[in-house]
Design a protein around this ligand. Structure first.
Ligand SMILES: Nc1ncnc2c1ncn2[C@@H]1O[C@H](COP(=O)(O)OP(=O)(O)OP(=O)(O)O)[C@@H](O)[C@H]1O
Length: 365
């Protein structure tokens, strides 16, 4: 089911939590609202679900206007056919797994045979059919979250909203459930709105990510696009780019731009030919795009430095490398990718100009 959000604004008193937000979510799409704590993700989701009354704007779900400030339309949550799964499981401990999942269907007074069929269908989807008769208080955190998910799915919602549903789970379980959630969403062709502050979760689950900062969408796109082409240095930082340095672009020639890093003797070449990066441009380089070698390379961006820290991380070693020309860089050296370096070693750090971005500090208005 399609969702269309038009010119949405939500104020809490004089504080504006959502600012003129426009968003169209396609039928069957998984849209992730991603952003730091307080950026307005939950407020947006609650507005779609009818749990929050926006100050102005329009929300349309499956061609039905569920909210329109001008026309005074504001359908209650139970008239919007939206399923919700939250961070806290809110599973009833005194009931069995099956009773938890059946609860809302019983309220709707469906026949016992239909309830049984739909409950088993939902439990199968989330991999809990062997636990149908178990008391819900005896479940693990991951199993409880599956019950919460089954309880939403059993209602066959037009839209499923999930607000940080995995954040109470340990890292391994989170990884697994993330994949399972995506499988279920694709299998059912469900339109999903997923709220998270975790970029990995967003990348794994989204068809499209809407990145929010300060109550507005600052970038929108497929996960890969977002990863490869963040629109500002602050978005790059949020998405895990660790080398971000103030710079002055010094000119563009032969398909590349040269930038001087502020307060250092370092110049960097970027394959970018447009440098409309506002008044405080930044050079952004991912740690994994830096190559570390014991000998100099022939490439344009190859700088000598000394290994100051080498932290073993399993597959990778994370290095802090103090360049002779000034800045310290954060670099990832893969164990499998070849050489290892020790603290105090003199090394060369190289980056392909294609991996160097010159970005505005913030999204330009
Ligand atoms: N009921 C409320 N009254 C006043 N301010 C509120 C209320 N609910 C949220 N806010 C404020 O609105 C802003 C957006 O809140 P929201 O919960 O949407 O953020 P979020 O991005 O979901 O954050 P988190 O990841 O921490 O849940 C925050 O600054 C928050 O303090």
């Amino acid at each position: 089911m399609k969702i269309s959000i038009q010119n949405l604004q939500l104020k809490y008193g004089s504080f504006t939590a959502i600012e003129n937000l426009n968003l169209d979510i396609e039928d069957g799409e998984a849209l992730v609202l991603l952003g730091q704590s307080g950026c307005g993700k939950t407020s947006t989701m609650r507005s779609i679900a009818g749990l929050e009354e926006p100050t102005s704007g329009r929300i349309i779900i499956d061609d039905v206007v569920v909210f329109d400030s001008e026309k005074g339309i504001n359908l209650p949550p139970n008239k919007r056919n939206v399923g919700m799964v939250f961070q806290s499981y809110a599973v009833w401990p005194h009931m069995t797994v099956a009773q938890n999942v059946a609860y809302s269907l019983k309220q709707k007074k469906l026949s016992k045979s239909e309830i049984d069929e739909r409950v088993m269908e939902a439990l199968t989807l989330v991999g809990l059919e062997p636990y149908a008769d178990r008391g819900a208080s005896l479940l693990s955190g991951g199993q409880m979250q599956r019950v919460a998910l089954a309880r939403s799915l059993v209602m066959r919602p037009s839209v499923l909203m999930l607000d940080e549903p995995l954040s109470n789970l340990d890292a391994r379980l989170r990884d697994r459930l993330r994949v399972e959630l995506r499988e279920i969403q694709l299998q059912l062709g469900l339109t999903c709105v997923y709220v998270t502050h975790d970029q990995h979760e967003a990348f794994a689950l989204a068809d499209r990510i809407a990145l929010l900062q300060g109550g507005r969408i600052v970038q929108m796109g497929a996960p890969q696009h977002m990863y490869e082409a963040p629109a500002s240095a602050s978005i790059a930082h949020f998405l895990g780019v660790s080398n971000i340095m103030d710079c002055t672009p010094e000119g563009t020639a032969a398909g590349s731009t040269t930038a001087r890093i502020t307060d250092s003797g370092l110049t960097v070449q970027s394959a970018q030919t447009t440098t409309d990066a506002g008044t405080s441009p930044k050079v952004c380089i991912r740690a994994e795009d830096l190559q570390i070698t014991a000998m100099p390379t022939e490439h344009p961006n190859s700088w000598p430095g000394t290994v100051r820290v080498a932290g073993f991380q399993g597959n990778d070693i994370r290095y802090a490398i103090q360049l002779e020309s000034g800045p310290e860089l954060d670099a990832l050296g893969g164990l499998r990718r070849g050489e290892q370096h020790k603290v105090g070693d003199r090394v060369w750090v190289t980056v392909n100009p294609r991996e160097v971005q010159i970005l505005p500090a913030e999204v330009l208005a």
